[in-house]
Design a protein around this ligand. Structure first.
Ligand SMILES: Nc1ncnc2c1ncn2[C@@H]1O[C@H](COP(=O)(O)OP(=O)(O)OP(=O)(O)O)[C@@H](O)[C@H]1O
Length: 272
């Protein structure tokens, strides 16, 4: 997966732009400027060159409107670069808009299948795991009801169940998963971790440093549409948010490492 000097610009034809004489760079959001035809554009991504390979687990950090979601959409092929190039080889599972691929008029069960097809699974594969996914969601009889009768959190449960049941080569994840209750989140986290382990490449946009530290091994700081820094998570978070946040990341990393060590130590050894 590779991008070279890729830009994503959104032309805004109805911008109230008379006062916009010079390019504007605020705290939040990408730069607002003009293109060659003098149309106002939001420069959501500027000059992005990156190369990701099997095993890479990258977290995206950056302020609101920095370009994280746009980068995920560029990497998934939803957006074409307006300049430069983006080449993606592999089966991509874009998991940012949990509602995409869902139909409000059909049942939860049917939506499990549809959403799976949307994520590149076959109908046969989905039929084989629909019961297990249904169990995970704990939605019971609601699974026979149309999706429009669900609350936001219930929809997220369904979407999370499907998403965490697949085996993607490239997993693009946005943290749109805050709507579920704490107990369900704990359960979902384990499934999410196992999904990440099965995936070839992970790119994860999140405002939760704890989550980033649990799932990723490097972080990329996106600032006004540009890659400002790509390094270890602790280093990037320290630069982006300060030493306290960096120390928190270090503590989470140490905890995960300790858990992993206990996990491997607990495995029974096979006598020879
Ligand atoms: N469809 C669109 N049309 C116009 N501008 C857009 C569009 N989508 C995104 N933008 C702009 O692109 C910039 C980057 O937005 P993006 O959603 O990628 O940010 P983000 O880093 O994911 O932010 P957040 O943390 O708030 O979710 C913002 O300035 C936003 O206003």
């Amino acid at each position: 997966m590779e991008t070279r000097e890729a830009w994503v610009e959104f032309p805004i034809f109805d911008a109230k732009s008379r006062s916009l004489k010079k390019a504007f760079l605020g705290k939040a959001g990408g730069a607002i400027g003009r293109n060659q035809s003098d149309v106002v554009v939001v420069e959501a991504l500027r000059n992005i060159t990156l190369s990701l390979r099997e095993g890479d687990r990258v977290g995206l950090v950056g302020h609101n409107g920095a370009g994280k979601s746009t980068l995920l959409r560029l990497l998934s092929g939803i957006y074409e670069p307006s300049r430069g190039s983006a080449i993606v080889n592999g089966r991509v599972a874009p998991v940012f808009d949990l509602g995409v691929g869902m139909d409000p008029e059909i049942s939860g069960y049917e939506n499990i299948i549809i959403r799976g097809l949307f994520l590149g699974q076959t109908r046969k594969q989905m039929l084989a795991k629909v019961d297990e996914i249904a169990d995970f969601t704990e939605l019971g009889d609601y699974l026979d009801m149309p999706l429009r009768t669900y609350s936001t959190g219930m929809r997220v449960r369904l979407a999370m169940g499907v998403v965490t049941s697949i085996d993607p080569e490239i997993l693009l994840l946005d943290e749109g998963i805050g709507a579920v209750d704490a107990e369900f989140m704990r359960k979902a986290r384990l499934r999410l971790q196992s999904l990440v382990q099965r995936s070839g490449i992970l790119v994860f946009a999140s405002h939760s440093n704890e989550f980033l530290a649990q799932l990723c091994d490097t972080a990329m700081w996106i600032d006004h549409g540009e890659i400002r820094m790509h390094a270890g998570i602790e280093e990037v978070v320290t630069a982006y948010e300060g030493p306290e946040a960096g120390a928190h990341v270090a503590a989470v990393l140490a905890e995960s490492a300790a858990d992993a060590a206990v996990g491997s130590g607990a495995e029974p050894s096979i006598p020879t």
